[in-house]
Ligand binder design. Structure first.
Ligand SMILES: [Zn+2]
Length: 370
């Protein structure tokens, strides 16, 4: 049985540990000790060194007695800011909250705690389970930086569950968009704005032309684009010689995504050329799309487990990336499970203890299914 009191204590203990992105060392040590206590062989990869962080991704192998390939369960160890000195408490309404000055950290300790409690309770009850691979990643909140460092050869599972989204237990994300980040740096020529404007090339105007030539917002049901930041220029009496903007686009269709990013880059080059400016445009893949068919065994297993627990199932597209986007590229069919957290990435974040118990029950059930 899931031990509600133990789960509550565990969440409150782990949530007091500071674990900002790339400073996950204390959390990694605490989780390594817990995984070893469960009998797991734990390995840490070199992501910490690669990302100038102080901890790597944790991989735990937990041999089971039921047949089948290893099943992946994953959550991330880092927390968005403000997250230093968290003082989590269980409020009278049955929800964990911070003291209002920091996030709570249920994103993603709800996932971490549910996975640990599920394994712990199965093993203590002597219930046979699948062989499991648990991955606790670093730097997820920084564009999935930790998961991107994972050596595909280190992933032994072909199917898995990433416990890392908002919403009630029973909700899951089976598809998510890919993301391209675009940085455009325009170079013009400075000149006195009043005496010799013809000698100048206005980099701010070139950037503005490029931005005006693109479409932003929701472009269709599957695609969004956003210009999020612009900086450049100086005094009004100088024709500005530099301007830079940062944008992103997301789509569930990877070809449309790359075509859109390329078209934004083209608009930048055209706008620069018209103004006599130059531009350097970089397009980087922040993360790739993932899609899991509703009939896939990973979804079926989830639906069966929810049915057994009386949880209504909802599947929906996600708006952003999670480690599942990366694992999917490595051939792992992943479903992203809701963990009961709400208002994440804000100081109003909260987590219902009742729902956390249900998430742990769900994880426990999944670990025993073919
Ligand atoms: Zn998260």
């Amino acid at each position: 049985m899931i031990d509600r009191d133990r789960l509550q204590r565990e969440f409150l203990t782990l949530a007091t540990i500071d674990s900002p992105s790339f400073r996950e060392r204390p959390m990694a040590d605490a989780l390594t000790a817990r995984l070893r206590a469960l009998g797991a062989a734990v390995r840490e990869d070199a992501a910490g060194a690669a990302l100038q962080g102080d901890a790597g991704n944790l991989f735990a192998d937990l041999p089971g007695t039921l047949p089948g390939e290893p099943l992946l369960f994953s959550a991330h160890m880092d927390t968005v800011g403000p997250c230093l000195g968290k003082k989590p408490r269980l409020a009278d309404d049955g929800r964990f909250r911070s003291d209002g000055t920091t996030v709570l950290g249920s994103d993603d300790l709800a996932g971490v705690c549910a996975i640990l409690e599920a394994v712990r309770s199965l093993d203590e009850d002597g219930v046979p389970r699948r062989t499991l691979q648990v991955i606790f990643s670093v730097g997820e909140e920084r564009n999935l930086a930790g998961a991107k460092q994972v050596d595909p050869a280190a992933i032994r599972a072909c199917e898995g569950y990433v416990l890392d989204t908002s919403g009630p237990p029973g909700h899951a994300v089976n598809t998510a968009p890919g993301n391209r980040r675009i940085v455009a740096v325009f170079h013009g020529r400075a000149a006195h704005a009043g005496i010799a404007p013809e000698k100048g090339v206005n980099a701010v105007a070139a950037a503005a032309d490029a931005i005006a030539a693109c479409r932003w917002g929701r472009l269709d049901a599957r695609t969004t684009a956003n210009v999020g930041r612009i900086e450049g220029g100086g005094a009004t009496n100088i024709v500005p010689d530099a301007c830079r903007f940062e944008a992103e686009c997301r789509s569930f269709d990877v070809d449309a995504l790359d075509a859109l990013a390329a078209s934004i880059a083209d608009r930048c080059r055209e706008a620069a050329a018209r103004r006599g400016a130059t531009v350097e445009v970089s397009v980087t893949a922040a993360y790739e799309t993932f899609h899991l068919d509703r009939k896939h065994p990973v979804v079926r297993r989830f639906a069966d487990a929810c049915a057994a627990l009386g949880l209504p199932v909802t599947l929906s597209p996600g708006g952003g990336g999670s480690d599942a986007n990366v694992y999917a590229r490595h051939g792992v069919a992943c479903l992203v499970l809701a963990c009961g957290m709400t208002d994440v990435h804000s100081v109003h974040e909260s987590l219902s203890l009742d729902e956390l118990v249900r998430v742990a029950e769900l994880a426990r059930d999944l670990m025993t299914r073919a």
